[in-house]
Every structure is written in structure tokens, then in C-alpha cells.
Write a protein that binds this ligand. Sequence first.
Ligand code: ZN
Length: 245
Amino acid sequence: MTVLVISDVHANLQALQAVLDAEAGVDAIWCLGDLVDYGPSPNECIDVVRSLDVLCIAGNHDRAATGDFDISLFNRGARLCSEWTQKVLTGDSKEFLRSLRPVRFMDNIQLVHGSPRDPIFEYMFNLAVAVPNFRLFNADMCMVGHTHVPVIFTRRDGAGGRPEHDVTVPEPGRPVTLKGLKSIVNPGGVGQPRDGDPRAAYMLLDPENLTVTLKRQSYDVAKTQELIRRARLPGQMADRLAYGL
Ligand code: ZN
């Protein structure tokens, strides 16, 4: 079985569609939150994932878009985007976003947007954040999004049963088998990558063997930028797509 794992689509239909076209043969699709905000096509992206029966969980921007938390905590650019998204979302789209749960379990794999400790908001930036989170989930693997940066954290039992932690930046196209380890895996961002590579990032997962493969997919960045400008969303949201930052 092959699962396409995507996250942080952020209303970027061109990136989402390019990834779906490239991986049309997968058996299932899981999305780790933040379908909307920043990008110009929130309703369209929601329609696509609904039509494909994608298993979705809630991200902080999905919650913001339905008015379910106070966006005054966002920086100015994010706030403007969220206000725009709230305005253009259809009632149907809002209802769908509201229905998303913050945590799902797929056998031995836990899915959250942020972290096991705080499924919606905590950023899993580094080992200092990952280490305490390893004690907070029982699954073999926890898949997270939110940072838009692909990474794999692992924990194994070392000498004397003492846990040893590690962090790897996966290489595109190279499968990594995590069976026998406890792992926290981030597939990167589809619609707004932030690791310096402007191509959409996502992973293919073999859930039985706990093997993940990072993939990158180029898409029509110029088209998304044009739509962002046409929607009068903050210009930086268009500019950053060219750099993947
Ligand atoms: Zn995000």
C-alpha cells in the first residue's frame, strides 16, 4: 500500500494539482492540515481534497479561517490573508474545515498538524522540541506538518535502554525505513515550501514497513503568484513562492 502524505497546501491549487497528477496511482491520501490561507484558491483546494476522499486533519490556519481562534496572534501578513480567506470561503467549505479533527490514528501512525503535545499550534522545529514529544505518543510514527520543512526525528533504545535521538533531513527520492524505531516525520509543505526549494514537498509512505520517501514536484509558480496578486493578497505571499522561503 502506498499513501501520499501532503501538508500545508495553503490554497495553492497549482501545487496541489501538480502533486496529485504526479502521484495518481496511490492507494490513499492523507493531509496534515492547513489547506487554506496565504494562497488564492481555498475553496478550489477544499473541493479537490473532498472529491478525492483525502483524510484531512485540522491545522491552525484551518481553525483561523472558520473564526475559531483569535487571529490577532498572527503577524500582519498572515492576519490579512486570514481575513481574506474568511471572506471568500463558502459556507460549505467552512463546514468542511470545522469538521476536521486535530488528531487521527491510522493503525500505528498518529497524524497531527503541530505536535503530539499541542496538535494544532506547536512547531516541531528541532530535537529540543521533538525529544519531550516522543514521550507523548504511543504510535510507532507521528506525522506532523506546520513548519513546511521536511525532516525525520527518530528515537531508538541505546545502551542500557537509554533512548538515543537523531534528526535527518531526508533526500528526495531516497526511501528511509523507520521500522523498529519511534519516529516523528514531516513531509514538508506542498503550497508554501520553506526549506529553500520552491518545488512542492510531500512524501510517499508504505505504512506496513514504515518507509517514507520525500518527493519534490515543480509546478506553475508564476500562475499562483498571478492569482495571489489578482486577489490583492499581501505581495510577500507571491514573492516567497519563488524562493521556497
Ligand atoms: Zn502552514
